[in-house]
Ligand binder design. Structure first.
Ligand code: SR1
Ligand code: MG
Length: 423
C-alpha cells in the first residue's frame, strides 16, 4: 500500500498547527489557533474524527488511518477511502441537496476531509436505542435513496459520465472487499473474526449448514459485484445517518462503489429490523415500547413508499440516460410501456433489497461488526433471544425474497417471527 510521504495522522495537539493555514478552515474558525479546542470523537471502525471549535465556529475533520482502527495495524487499509468519500459526498450533495454535510476542504495526501459540524444531530443508531421517534426519517431517506440512486445511474447520467464514475469508484476495491467478505461470506463459515452472543451457537450452526441460505447469500454477493447499476453509498446503516427531531443527514460514504440499486435500501431496512428485534429482548414489556417498535416497522413501508414515488417521478421527468429510451415508449405515445418497464425495474430493486437485508442482519449478529441495538441488551440470554429472531427473519428474507409481495407483508412477517418460539 502506497502511503504519501507527507501523510501523518493528526492528533488534537498537532491539528491546529497543521490546519491553521488552510484557507477554508481559517476563514471559518479564525486564524488564532490558540483559541481552538480539538477533541477526537471517532467511535466508528475505521477513522479518526475530530471536532474542532473556535469562538467563531465548529468543524469536523475526518482523517483515514492506514489500517482498520477497530482491528489495528495488522489489517492495513488504503488511505484513498477518503478520496472516495469526498467524491461520493460531492455527488450526493448535487443529487439530493441538503441531505449530506457540506464539504469545506479535501486533502488527498493527508486523506482528510474537513466538513460541516452537524448540530444538534445525533447518530440514528443511538437515537433508536434511546427510543426516540423521528417523524421525517422515512420521507427523507426515501427521497435520498431515490434521488441518489436514480441520478447516479444510466437512467439519468450521460453514458460517458456513468462510465467515468464507474471507473473512478471501481478503484475503491479494498472497501468493497471488506463488504464482499464480511457481509456475504464470513457469516456462513467459521471465520476467525466472527463472534456471537453465548447461547447462539446452535442457531448459527444451523445457518452455516443451511444450503438454501448459503446459495442465497452467494446470489446476493454475485449481484453486489456484478450489478453495476448506480453509485451506492455502500454502508448505509443507522450509524451512517444523523438526525434531529426534524432533520436527517447521510454521512460516511467511504464504501461508495457502483453497485445494485437495492443494496443501500436493503442495508437500511435490515438496520430498521435489527432495531425492531432488539427491542423484543427487553423486559418488562411496555405499551410505550410496543408503540416504538410499531414506528420502527412503519419505517419500511413509509421509506419504500416515498422511494417508489420519487423514483417514479424521476423516471417520468428525468429519464435522460441510455436505459429505457424514451424513443421506445413516451415518444411513441406508449405510456403503458413506460409504466410496465418502471414496474419491472422497481420490482427488481424490491426483490434484491430483501436479499441484501437478510445477509446484513446475519452479519451484524454473527460477524465482526455488531450493532449497538443488540449489543446493549442485557443479560446475554435476552440478547440471544432477540438475535435468534433476527437471524430467522434474515434467513426468510434472503431465501424467500422472490415471494415477498409488499411492505405490509414484511411487517406481518416480522411480527410473526417475533411471536414465535425459536430453538
Ligand atoms: C471491519 S469494518 C466493519 C464494518 O464497519 C463499517 O462501518 C462497515 O459496515 C464495515 O462492514
Ligand atoms: Mg462508516
Amino acid at each position: 500500500m502506497q502511503i504519501p510521504p507527507a501523510y501523518a495522522p493528526l492528533t488534537p495537539e498537532t491539528l491546529p498547527r497543521r490546519l491553521g493555514g488552510v484557507p477554508a478552515v481559517a476563514e471559518r474558525l479564525g486564524t488564532d489557533t490558540t483559541t481552538w479546542t480539538v477533541k477526537e470523537v471517532g467511535d466508528g471502525n475505521l477513522n479518526l474524527v475530530f471536532v474542532v471549535s473556535s469562538p467563531r465556529a465548529t468543524l469536523i475533520v475526518k482523517q483515514a488511518l492506514p489500517f482498520l482502527r477497530v482491528v489495528g495495524e495488522g489489517w492495513p487499509l488504503p488511505l484513498n477511502r477518503s478520496f472516495f468519500e469526498y467524491h461520493a459526498l460531492m455527488r450526493h450533495a448535487a443529487r439530493d441537496p441538503g441531505r449530506v454535510p457540506e464539504v469545506h476542504h479535501f486533502d488527498e495526501d493527508q486523506a482528510l476531509v474537513v466538513m460541516q459540524y452537524l448540530s444538534p444531530h445525533v447518530i440514528l443508531r443511538k437515537s433508536i436505542v434511546a427510543g426516540v421517534v423521528h417523524p421525517n426519517l422515512a420521507r427523507d431517506m426515501g427521497q435520498f435513496l431515490a434521488r441518489s440512486l436514480f441520478r447516479g445511474s444510466n437512467l439519468s447520467l450521460p453514458p460517458a459520465k456513468a462510465k467515468a464514475d464507474m471507473a473512478l469508484f471501481a478503484a475503491n476495491a479494498a472497501l468493497a472487499d471488506i463488504t464482499e467478505n464480511l457481509v456475504f461470506s464470513e457469516p456462513y463459515f467459521n471465520a476467525p473474526l466472527n463472534r456471537h452472543t453465548p447461547g447462539l451457537a446452535a442457531a448459527i450452526a444451523r445457518l452455516v449448514a443451511d444450503r438454501d441460505l448459503k446459495v442465497a447469500a452467494q446470489e446476493m454477493k454475485h449481484a453486489f459485484v456484478a450489478k453495476a447499476e448506480t453509485l451506492v453509498h455502500g454502508d448505509l446503516h443507522s450509524g451512517s445517518i444523523m438526525v434531529t427531531a426534524e432533520d436527517t443527514q447521510v454521512i460516511d460514504p467511504e464504501f461508495a462503489i457502483t453497485g445494485p440499486f437495492g443494496f443501500d435500501i436493503g442495508m437500511l431496512f435490515a438496520n430498521f429490523l435489527l432495531g425492531f428485534f432488539a427491542q423484543s429482548g427487553l423486559e418488562p414489556a411496555s405499551g410505550a415500547r410496543d408503540t416504538y417498535r410499531d414506528w420502527l416497522l412503519s419505517l419500511i413501508p413509509d421509506t419504500w413508499g416515498t422511494f417508489a414515488a420519487e423514483f417514479s417521478r424521476l423516471w417520468h421527468c428525468e429519464r435522460t440516460g441510455i436505459l429505457y429510451d424514451r424513443r421506445l415508449f413516451e415518444d411513441q405515445g406508449d405510456r403503458l410501456g413506460s409504466e410496465q418497464a418502471l414496474d419491472t425495474v422497481l420490482h427488481g430493486i424490491w426483490q434484491d433489497c430483501w436479499g441484501f437485508a437478510g445477509v446484513e442482519m446475519h452479519r451484524r449478529i454473527i460477524g465482526l461488526a455488531h450493532v449497538l441495538e443488540m449489543e446493549s441488551i442485557e443479560p446475554p440470554s435476552a440478547r440471544a433471544r432477540a438475535e435468534t429472531r433476527a437471524l430467522a427473519m434474515g434467513r426468510h428474507l434472503a431465501v424467500m425474497r422472490a415471494t415477498l409481495l409488499n411492505p405490509s407483508r414484511i411487517c406481518d412477517l416480522a411480527r410473526t417471527i417475533d411471536r414465535e418460539e425459536h430453538p
